[in-house]
Design a protein around this ligand. Structure first.
Ligand SMILES: [Zn+2]
Length: 57
């Protein structure tokens, strides 16, 4: 199960097992991190998504 890092809700998957959301990478090289975000948070934060995630970790 994958949880949205912003709202902590479960991110559902569709029939192709694709997440109803997005994966964002922050940082570079060895310090880079993957973050999963649901589609509603993705819409809400758009361009600020990466910044928002960096602050929350
Ligand atoms: Zn969310």
């Amino acid at each position: 199960m994958t949880k949205c890092e912003l709202c902590k809700e479960e991110i559902k998957t569709n029939f192709l097992d694709k997440l109803d959301g997005t994966m964002i990478k922050t940082g570079e090289g060895e310090t880079s991190k993957k973050h999963y975000v649901c589609s509603s948070c993705q819409k809400e934060h758009k361009d600020n998504l990466a910044k928002k995630l960096e602050l929350s970790t």
